[in-house]
Design a protein around this ligand. Structure first.
Ligand SMILES: Cc1cc2nc3c(=O)[nH]c(=O)nc-3n(C[C@H](O)[C@H](O)[C@H](O)COP(=O)(O)OP(=O)(O)OC[C@H]3O[C@@H](n4cnc5c(N)ncnc54)[C@H](O)[C@@H]3O)c2cc1C
Length: 291
């Protein structure tokens, strides 16, 4: 079923984002984590595509198993950077054959091993090109796109980011999922400005629980999000006093409060970046009364 139709039936809700483990030996543990998280009754679960390299082929197998074995409603991430139309259409056909009806249409990042790579001469330059292609060939599929309340590193300004978010939603996106952020005012302001531009589609906020200082710094270096000074100071103080265990508690409490406040401020649900970990997500779901 299309996620946008599910959204019309239930709010608030949680959705969960996973990444496919690179090694097949890690799959049993992955599926056992997903099974534990099914207790949260997520509206949908999404599986990344190619982020970090080498795992594109696994996305399809994993979404198919999440649906068949666990009865979850999966959404496959799909990037178009460096891809041809034929490759994209083939992937979509294989998704359909596995009973998957939802795709997150992404551009993706420039390949690191191709110096001088430019998006200008690519068949797909932006996620909006992919969203349009999916709409044209699979009009009944559910399509999500990204949004960046804290502007994407390539965006000259938040006004540009808003313009392109609107364009992506008008090119075929049913709803948007945001990049992670830690200041809820960014989300509220972004949604208000989109609404003022005449866009009424749902914008689902992405929340990342910070579970260790090392992983936080790694993830933030990848996505360009910033941590408010006060929160960073609290995490560092916790680390000095009690190491990563103390950071885990501070990070998790922050995520619980952030998610609760987002729902209070009108977000339709919360998209949790799970990092393939069950316990912190279960704790967040319980604190929201959604477990
Ligand atoms: C929820 C979420 C999930 C993600 N999952 C993955 C994943 O599974 N795999 C992966 O590799 N990466 C993933 N990413 C990271 C993503 O690939 C990068 O952030 C990438 O740099 C941008 O992809 P996009 O689809 O947002 O691009 P776009 O929407 O194309 O945006 C890229 C930049 O171009 C601007 N822009 C957009 N459209 C236009 C246009 N028509 N003309 C001019 N400028 C435009 C935007 O404002 C932005 O600054 C994810 C990001 C998010 C937020």
């Amino acid at each position: 079923m299309r996620i946008i139709d599910l959204m019309g039936r239930r709010s608030p809700f949680l959705s969960l984002e996973f990444f496919p483990p690179k090694e097949k030996e890690a799959w049993p543990k992955f599926f056992s984590t997903a099974e534990k998280l099914a207790a949260l009754d997520p509206l949908f679960v999404s599986v990344t595509y190619g982020a970090g390299g080498g795992t594109q082929g696994n996305t399809l197998d994993i979404v198919a198993r999440l649906k068949q074995d666990l009865g979850l409603e999966p959404m496959a991430h799909l990037t178009c950077v460096g891809a041809t139309e034929a490759v994209i259409l083939d992937f979509l056909e294989r998704l359909r054959a596995s009973g998957i009806h939802n795709v997150l249409a992404l551009r993706g990042d420039a390949p690191k091993d191709q110096p001088g790579f430019t998006f200008e001469n690519q068949p797909f330059r932006h996620a909006s090109d992919l969203a349009s292609l999916i709409r044209k060939h699979h009009p009944d599929m559910g399509v999500a796109v990204t949004a960046y309340p804290e502007p994407h590193v390539e965006a000259p300004s938040i006004a540009d980011e808003l313009r392109w978010a609107k364009h992506k939603l008008e090119s075929g996106g049913d709803f948007a999922i945001t990049q992670l952020f830690f200041d809820n005012r960014l989300y509220v302001d972004f949604v208000e400005r989109l609404r003022a531009m005449g866009v009424d589609k749902p914008v689902l906020p992405g929340v990342l629980p910070i579970l260790s200082l090392k992983s936080a710094k790694f993830i933030l270096s990848l996505c360009g999000a910033s941590i408010p000074g006060k929160f960073l100071a609290a995490l560092e103080k916790a680390f000095d006093q009690g190491g990563d265990e103390a950071v885990y508690r501070v990070g998790l409490d922050f995520a619980k409060n952030q998610a609760r406040e987002l729902l209070e401020k009108g977000a339709p649900g919360v998209h949790l970046y799970t990092l393939n970990r069950a316990e912190p997500c279960l704790e967040i779901g319980e604190s929201l009364g959604l477990a």
